[in-house]
Design a protein. Structure first.
Length: 238
């Protein structure tokens, strides 16, 4: 385990936009992180980046088995950052395990920009997908967005997701949902209100309502629960 010093405060974490259980520790306690990657130099670079953002404690693991041990010892941290290609299995399985244990913020930092890998990570429960080739600024933006309760896709992979995802409507006709519409539906599935969804995605509540109306027209239902059920059945959201 590496302990790193204080850095600049995160914006927005104390703004009251998130439920108390979702807000990271106050500044004097910093926030805690689990970093899982089999490359020591990369783990060190991530720890330094997190230090500059105000991380207090960084737990490190080089494999899924080691991550399990760290996770059980520490309990849920404020954030987990992990690779998908680990030496003893898929990071997708680890994401699902951490989510089941109460880890609410998970960032994937991977080499692959394959859209199917990106979608699989979000469907497994990740809140962000970043590329290892990303600039420090993009990594910082992605981590901040997740700590504040939002979702984030690396700008290099976001256009690959823009084509959307097909969901069978109530008449079983496949309908195309945009990446933004999928984000909105995922947050609906997480139990967020329109205002909370807007805060997470930097949208107005009215814009969120417009997205939901458009989704409803596409899927043939205005019922939020049914929209979520259709998307879940199609494997678009978790």
């Amino acid at each position: 385990m590496a302990t790193v010093g204080p850095g600049m405060a995160l914006r927005g974490v104390a703004s009251g936009l998130l439920p108390p259980a979702m807000v990271p520790h106050p500044r004097e306690e910093m926030f805690s992180v689990l970093v899982v990657d089999d490359h020591p130099l990369l783990r060190e670079a991530i720890a330094q980046r997190l230090s500059s953002m105000g991380a207090g404690t960084v737990h490190e693991a080089a494999s899924i088995s080691e991550a399990r041990t760290r996770a059980l010892a520490s309990g849920p941290c404020d954030l987990a950052i992990l690779d998908l290609g680990l030496p003893d299995g898929s990071g997708l399985d680890l994401i699902a395990e951490l989510r089941a244990q109460g880890w609410n913020r998970i960032v994937v930092l991977a080499a692959s920009d394959d859209p199917s890998a990106v979608r699989a990570a979000f469907q497994a429960g990740a809140q962000a997908y970043l590329l290892k080739s990303a600039s420090p600024g993009i990594v910082t933006d992605g981590v901040r967005r997740v700590l504040e309760g939002g979702l984030y896709a690396d700008p290099s992979v976001a256009p690959l997701l823009a084509a959307g995802t097909r969901v069978p409507a109530t008449d079983n006709t496949p309908r195309e949902l945009s990446a933004r519409e999928v984000e909105v539906l995922q947050l609906v599935a997480d139990g967020r209100s329109n205002k909370e969804i807007g805060d997470a995605l930097s949208l107005s509540a009215l814009t969120v309502k417009s997205h939901l109306s458009r989704i409803g027209r596409k899927l043939g239902t205005g019922d939020r629960a049914q929209m979520v059920a259709l998307a879940m059945r199609a494997g678009v959201i978790r």
